[in-house]
Design a protein around this ligand. Structure first.
Ligand code: NI
Ligand code: MN
Length: 227
Protein backbone atom coordinates (compact mmCIF):
# COMPACT_ATOMS: atom_id res chain seq x y z
CA UNK A 1 0.00 0.00 0.00
CA UNK A 2 1.26 3.46 -0.91
CA UNK A 3 0.06 6.60 0.86
CA UNK A 4 0.73 9.88 -0.96
CA UNK A 5 0.41 13.16 0.94
CA UNK A 6 -1.52 15.81 -1.02
CA UNK A 7 -1.05 18.57 1.56
CA UNK A 8 -3.21 19.51 4.58
CA UNK A 9 -5.28 16.41 5.48
CA UNK A 10 -5.57 15.10 1.92
CA UNK A 11 -4.04 11.75 1.06
CA UNK A 12 -4.24 9.37 -1.85
CA UNK A 13 -3.99 5.66 -1.04
CA UNK A 14 -2.90 3.27 -3.75
CA UNK A 15 -3.64 -0.40 -3.08
CA UNK A 16 -2.91 -3.35 -5.36
CA UNK A 17 -6.17 -2.68 -7.15
CA UNK A 18 -7.68 0.71 -6.25
CA UNK A 19 -7.06 4.40 -5.56
CA UNK A 20 -8.79 5.92 -2.55
CA UNK A 21 -8.74 9.58 -1.57
CA UNK A 22 -9.25 10.88 1.94
CA UNK A 23 -10.34 14.51 2.46
CA UNK A 24 -9.45 15.77 -1.05
CA UNK A 25 -9.07 19.49 -0.36
CA UNK A 26 -7.00 20.54 -3.39
CA UNK A 27 -8.55 23.74 -4.79
CA UNK A 28 -7.42 26.49 -2.41
CA UNK A 29 -4.80 24.23 -0.84
CA UNK A 30 -1.54 25.97 -1.69
CA UNK A 31 0.42 22.82 -0.79
CA UNK A 32 -1.53 20.50 -3.10
CA UNK A 33 0.80 18.88 -5.68
CA UNK A 34 -2.11 18.00 -8.00
CA UNK A 35 -5.25 19.70 -9.25
CA UNK A 36 -8.74 18.41 -8.54
CA UNK A 37 -9.33 17.66 -12.24
CA UNK A 38 -6.15 15.54 -12.42
CA UNK A 39 -6.59 13.07 -9.56
CA UNK A 40 -7.88 9.55 -9.96
CA UNK A 41 -10.24 8.00 -7.43
CA UNK A 42 -12.28 4.83 -7.12
CA UNK A 43 -13.56 5.97 -3.73
CA UNK A 44 -13.42 9.09 -1.56
CA UNK A 45 -13.55 8.91 2.24
CA UNK A 46 -14.51 12.15 3.99
CA UNK A 47 -13.94 12.81 7.71
CA UNK A 48 -16.25 15.85 8.03
CA UNK A 49 -17.93 18.67 6.15
CA UNK A 50 -15.49 21.52 6.79
CA UNK A 51 -14.23 23.02 3.54
CA UNK A 52 -10.62 22.00 4.14
CA UNK A 53 -11.69 18.30 4.22
CA UNK A 54 -14.80 18.00 2.04
CA UNK A 55 -12.83 20.12 -0.43
CA UNK A 56 -13.22 18.98 -4.04
CA UNK A 57 -15.13 15.81 -3.15
CA UNK A 58 -18.24 16.64 -5.22
CA UNK A 59 -16.31 17.65 -8.37
CA UNK A 60 -13.95 14.66 -8.21
CA UNK A 61 -16.78 12.21 -7.52
CA UNK A 62 -18.82 13.56 -10.44
CA UNK A 63 -15.86 13.38 -12.84
CA UNK A 64 -14.57 9.95 -11.79
CA UNK A 65 -17.75 8.26 -10.61
CA UNK A 66 -16.01 7.52 -7.29
CA UNK A 67 -18.16 6.30 -4.42
CA UNK A 68 -18.13 8.76 -1.51
CA UNK A 69 -18.14 7.30 2.00
CA UNK A 70 -19.12 9.67 4.79
CA UNK A 71 -21.20 9.81 7.96
CA UNK A 72 -24.96 9.64 7.39
CA UNK A 73 -25.73 13.36 7.66
CA UNK A 74 -22.90 14.44 5.35
CA UNK A 75 -23.81 11.59 2.98
CA UNK A 76 -27.37 12.89 2.79
CA UNK A 77 -26.13 16.30 1.71
CA UNK A 78 -23.66 14.78 -0.78
CA UNK A 79 -26.43 12.69 -2.31
CA UNK A 80 -28.38 15.90 -2.91
CA UNK A 81 -25.33 17.18 -4.83
CA UNK A 82 -25.67 14.25 -7.23
CA UNK A 83 -22.82 11.96 -6.20
CA UNK A 84 -23.08 8.28 -5.26
CA UNK A 85 -22.67 7.81 -1.54
CA UNK A 86 -22.37 5.13 1.11
CA UNK A 87 -23.48 6.33 4.55
CA UNK A 88 -21.77 4.99 7.66
CA UNK A 89 -21.54 6.16 11.25
CA UNK A 90 -19.35 6.09 14.36
CA UNK A 91 -18.22 2.58 15.28
CA UNK A 92 -19.53 1.06 12.09
CA UNK A 93 -17.38 -0.89 9.66
CA UNK A 94 -18.02 -2.09 6.13
CA UNK A 95 -16.16 -4.24 3.63
CA UNK A 96 -16.04 -2.50 0.23
CA UNK A 97 -14.55 -3.89 -3.01
CA UNK A 98 -11.66 -1.42 -2.45
CA UNK A 99 -11.04 -2.24 1.23
CA UNK A 100 -12.42 -2.26 4.77
CA UNK A 101 -13.51 1.02 6.34
CA UNK A 102 -14.43 1.77 9.96
CA UNK A 103 -15.39 5.15 11.38
CA UNK A 104 -13.91 6.09 14.75
CA UNK A 105 -14.55 8.94 17.16
CA UNK A 106 -13.15 12.38 16.47
CA UNK A 107 -13.72 15.39 18.70
CA UNK A 108 -14.36 18.39 16.47
CA UNK A 109 -17.14 20.20 14.57
CA UNK A 110 -18.82 18.86 11.45
CA UNK A 111 -20.90 21.63 9.84
CA UNK A 112 -20.94 21.65 6.05
CA UNK A 113 -19.72 24.93 4.53
CA UNK A 114 -22.15 25.79 1.71
CA UNK A 115 -22.78 29.01 -0.25
CA UNK A 116 -26.08 29.18 1.66
CA UNK A 117 -24.32 28.96 5.02
CA UNK A 118 -23.46 26.21 7.45
CA UNK A 119 -25.53 23.02 7.11
CA UNK A 120 -25.73 20.36 9.84
CA UNK A 121 -23.22 17.64 9.02
CA UNK A 122 -23.60 15.06 11.81
CA UNK A 123 -20.43 13.91 13.55
CA UNK A 124 -16.82 14.29 12.50
CA UNK A 125 -15.03 10.94 12.20
CA UNK A 126 -11.62 9.37 12.12
CA UNK A 127 -11.12 6.67 9.51
CA UNK A 128 -9.65 3.19 9.76
CA UNK A 129 -8.86 1.70 6.36
CA UNK A 130 -7.54 -1.78 5.62
CA UNK A 131 -6.40 -3.28 2.31
CA UNK A 132 -3.57 -5.57 1.20
CA UNK A 133 -3.23 -6.74 4.83
CA UNK A 134 -2.36 -3.25 6.12
CA UNK A 135 -4.40 -1.09 8.48
CA UNK A 136 -4.08 2.68 8.49
CA UNK A 137 -5.72 5.39 10.61
CA UNK A 138 -6.52 8.93 9.48
CA UNK A 139 -7.51 10.80 12.64
CA UNK A 140 -9.38 13.57 10.80
CA UNK A 141 -9.58 16.78 12.79
CA UNK A 142 -9.62 15.93 16.46
CA UNK A 143 -8.51 16.71 19.96
CA UNK A 144 -6.43 14.16 21.85
CA UNK A 145 -8.61 11.58 23.60
CA UNK A 146 -7.62 8.57 25.69
CA UNK A 147 -9.83 6.13 23.75
CA UNK A 148 -7.32 6.36 20.93
CA UNK A 149 -5.70 3.53 22.87
CA UNK A 150 -8.84 1.45 22.28
CA UNK A 151 -8.64 2.05 18.53
CA UNK A 152 -5.24 0.42 18.19
CA UNK A 153 -6.00 -2.28 20.78
CA UNK A 154 -8.86 -3.38 18.54
CA UNK A 155 -7.02 -2.73 15.27
CA UNK A 156 -3.20 -2.67 15.40
CA UNK A 157 -2.01 0.08 13.08
CA UNK A 158 0.60 0.05 10.35
CA UNK A 159 0.33 3.83 9.93
CA UNK A 160 -1.33 6.66 11.87
CA UNK A 161 -1.88 10.03 10.20
CA UNK A 162 -2.21 12.62 12.96
CA UNK A 163 -2.99 16.35 12.79
CA UNK A 164 -0.30 18.52 14.39
CA UNK A 165 -1.41 22.01 13.34
CA UNK A 166 -2.82 23.10 16.72
CA UNK A 167 -5.51 25.80 17.07
CA UNK A 168 -8.24 23.70 15.34
CA UNK A 169 -6.88 20.24 16.22
CA UNK A 170 -4.19 18.58 18.32
CA UNK A 171 -0.89 20.37 18.30
CA UNK A 172 2.47 18.58 18.21
CA UNK A 173 2.58 17.92 21.99
CA UNK A 174 -0.82 16.24 22.07
CA UNK A 175 -0.13 14.43 18.78
CA UNK A 176 3.05 13.00 20.33
CA UNK A 177 0.94 11.69 23.22
CA UNK A 178 -1.57 10.34 20.68
CA UNK A 179 1.25 8.49 18.92
CA UNK A 180 2.14 6.80 22.21
CA UNK A 181 -1.49 5.80 22.84
CA UNK A 182 -1.90 4.45 19.31
CA UNK A 183 1.53 2.78 19.16
CA UNK A 184 1.39 2.39 15.38
CA UNK A 185 4.24 1.01 13.28
CA UNK A 186 4.63 4.50 11.81
CA UNK A 187 3.30 8.04 12.20
CA UNK A 188 2.80 10.68 9.52
CA UNK A 189 1.91 14.25 10.55
CA UNK A 190 -0.85 16.02 8.62
CA UNK A 191 -2.92 19.23 8.90
CA UNK A 192 -0.02 21.68 9.26
CA UNK A 193 1.68 24.52 7.32
CA UNK A 194 -1.31 25.03 4.98
CA UNK A 195 -2.14 28.34 6.68
CA UNK A 196 -0.06 30.65 8.86
CA UNK A 197 -2.17 29.75 11.91
CA UNK A 198 -1.21 26.06 11.72
CA UNK A 199 2.46 26.42 10.86
CA UNK A 200 4.47 23.75 12.74
CA UNK A 201 7.91 22.17 12.76
CA UNK A 202 7.05 18.74 11.33
CA UNK A 203 10.70 17.73 11.31
CA UNK A 204 10.99 18.29 15.06
CA UNK A 205 7.73 16.40 15.63
CA UNK A 206 8.98 13.43 13.64
CA UNK A 207 12.23 13.39 15.66
CA UNK A 208 10.25 13.42 18.91
CA UNK A 209 8.06 10.53 17.79
CA UNK A 210 11.16 8.55 16.80
CA UNK A 211 12.66 9.26 20.23
CA UNK A 212 9.67 7.37 21.66
CA UNK A 213 10.67 4.32 19.61
CA UNK A 214 7.99 4.79 16.95
CA UNK A 215 8.90 5.21 13.28
CA UNK A 216 7.73 8.53 11.82
CA UNK A 217 7.89 10.12 8.40
CA UNK A 218 7.89 13.76 7.39
CA UNK A 219 6.17 13.33 4.03
CA UNK A 220 6.24 16.42 1.83
CA UNK A 221 3.21 17.10 -0.39
CA UNK A 222 3.55 14.91 -3.47
CA UNK A 223 5.74 12.37 -1.66
CA UNK A 224 4.64 8.89 -0.66
CA UNK A 225 5.23 6.44 2.15
CA UNK A 226 5.10 2.72 1.41
CA UNK A 227 3.77 0.48 4.17
NI1 NI B 1 -12.34 20.74 10.54
MN1 MN C 1 -9.38 20.94 9.23
Amino acid sequence: MKVTFLGHAAVSITTNSHTILIDPFLTGNALAPVKADEVHADAILVTHGHGDHLGDTVAIAKRTGALVVACAELSGWLKQQGVSVHAMHLGGAHEFPFGWVKFTLAFHGAGIDTPQGMVYGGNPVGILFRADGKTIYHAGDTALFSDMKLISQRHPLDLAMLPIGDNYTMGPDDALYAAELLAPKAVMPIHYDTFELIRQDAHAFVQEVRAKGIQAYEVKPGESVKI
